[in-house]
Design a protein around this ligand. Structure first.
Ligand code: BES
Ligand code: MN
Ligand code: ZN
Length: 484
């Protein structure tokens, strides 16, 4: 989706569809001389939140249709506004308009200025109007709508232009993340991710470095190697380094779990829904998507996105439960469960990130099924050794409606990782699985403000609406924006 801004009176725009509220629709009706028709046509419309209706206007009007979005009350909270925009998006998705104009000023959202409203609306629209170009012989219903104009007050044009620039960058970043997530695992393997990163790094001020398996081994990443060795497809450590900020300014480091398929390894997963483990690279896709958004918006900031890409397969070369490996940090790990592979590739990537002397390290991973049990799909799990960083990430997610919720990583939980044969085991017991996983990672991030986002519940949907969501790219991008 491409967003742009226009100014002027709502009644004087030219579009296939003007999206507005009931009250504003009546005003437009009056100005166009169709108020009787509208009043009649809307007799049965109940102004409830999430309801939406499209009405054709009489011929030869420059506005061909009005989409009226129910609000239920004059002033909306930001969650209500999100719901209203989802209602609009549902109809925009199924209709075949070529152009649409969103009358943003018609919506009164408590504590949200026009910049915030623009960002919330476009984030919802981008999420809902995305389509994956699947290799099918017959495309179900090709979308004709690829441009939405936001009708803004002429006085706030400058701030709207900025909001729209961010919205377009975020849209591109999210779509990239979702495309990577949805691409089948026989195509989207570590080599494919490296190629996508290289393409991304053709942009200005951006470089890409791909470290292959031989070099990963030579560097001493025994934890990473223990996962990737089981696969015939070689793993990669991929770095996209964007220097939009001042020279010498420490970058933000994002690290993504890029398990392009997680069978569980020798601790094999059950067969049901195993196809969804192609989404186990959504953390990697999110950090690359955030990098894409940052690059497109040409933000004046330094950002390093690091992807730990590997496939977790059972084979004669795969790790066994009981194997002991040495991580890049020097700490040894007893692998008790080969299905806890995400933390093994991430711990070495976190150690590796120190080379970039980052001001913060944020890792993003579909790390634990337990996180889905704890938080469902509404919030990503957030863990951090730094209260300021945790607060900033929570606030960023809240702002764009891509929430995260913090869970503790108190020392009390660390004892679950005790091993008789190494510095730590890679799993604990059944209790507090997401926290124990985060505690494992925290042992590799002692020297830096670090946060971990467990996106097992938020990065993708299963079932009939199966697909990658693009989360938590909105949160990450907003966090980066807030650092400028
Ligand atoms: N990739 C999975 C976690 C996952 C599960 C993500 C379901 C999304 C949906 C991860 O590698 C894994 O297998 N974790 C284990 C950890 C356990 C062995 C301690 C899990 O959650 O069962
Ligand atoms: Mn696993
Ligand atoms: Zn996994």
């Amino acid at each position: 989706m491409k967003y742009s801004s226009i100014t002027g009176r709502p009644a004087s725009v030219t579009t296939d569809c003007l999206v507005t509220t009931l009250k504003a629709a009546h005003d437009v009706g009056k100005q166009l001389g169709v108020d009787d028709y509208l009043r009649d046509a809307l007799r049965d419309f109940t102004d409830k939140l999430g309801k939406a209706v499209v009405l054709p206007l009489p011929a030869r009007k420059r506005i061909r249709r009005l989409m009226i979005i129910g609000t239920g009350k004059p002033q909306l909270g930001s969650a209500d506004f999100k719901k209203a925009m989802q209602g609009a998006a549902g109809l925009l998705r199924s209709a075949n308009f070529r152009t649409a104009v969103l009358h943003l000023d018609a919506f009164d959202v408590a504590e949200a200025d026009s910049h915030h409203r623009t960002r919330l609306a476009t984030t919802v629209l981008s999420a809902a109007l995305y389509r994956f170009d699947a290799p099918k012989q017959a495309e179900e219903s090709p979308s004709t709508l690829n441009r939405i104009a936001l009708l803004v007050d002429g006085r706030s044009r400058a701030s709207a232009t900025r909001a729209i620039r961010y919205a377009n960058a975020l849209d591109a970043g999210m779509a990239f993340t979702r495309d990577l997530g949805n691409t089948p695992p026989n195509v989207c393997n570590p080599t494919y991710l490296a190629r996508q990163a290289r393409t991304l790094a053709r942009a200005e001020r951006t470089r890409c470095r791909v470290i292959d398996e031989k070099a990963i081994d030579e560097l001493g990443m025994g934890a990473f190697m223990s996962v990737t060795r089981g696969s015939d497809t070689p793993g990669k450590l991929i770095v996209v380094d964007y220097r939009g900020g001042k020279r010498g300014e420490p970058p933000i480091a994002l690290i993504g779990k890029g398990i392009t398929f997680d069978t569980g390894g020798i601790s094999l997963k059950p067969g049901a829904a195993m196809d969804e483990m192609k989404f186990d690279m959504c953390g990697a896709a999110a950090v690359l998507g955030c990098a894409k958004a940052v690059i497109e918006a040409r933000l004046p900031i330094n950002l390093v996105a690091i992807v730990a890409a590997a496939e977790n397969m059972p084979s004669g070369k795969a790790s066994r439960p009981g194997d002991v490996v040495k991580s890049l940090s020097g700490q040894t790990i007893e692998i008790l469960n080969t299905d806890a592979e995400g933390r093994l590739v991430l711990c070495d990537a976190i150690t590796y990130a120190a080379r970039y002397q980052p001001k913060v390290v944020i890792d993003v991973a579909t790390l634990t099924g337990a996180c889905i049990i704890a938080l469902g799909s509404h919030a990503s799990g957030l863990f951090s050794n730094d209260d300021g960083l945790a607060t900033d990430l929570t606030a960023a997610g809240e702002y764009v409606g891509d929430r995260a919720w913090r869970l503790p990583i108190w020392d009390d939980y660390q004892s679950a990782l005790k091993s008789n044969f190494a510095d730590m085991a890679n799993v604990g017991g059944r209790e507090a699985g997401s926290i124990v996983a985060a505690c494992f990672l925290s042992r590799f991030a002692k020297q830096v403000p670090w946060a971990h986002l467990d996106i097992a519940g938020t990065a993708f949907t299963g079932g009939a609406a199966k697909g990658a969501s693009g989360r938590p790219v909105p949160l990450l991008f907003q966090y980066v924006l807030n650092q400028i």
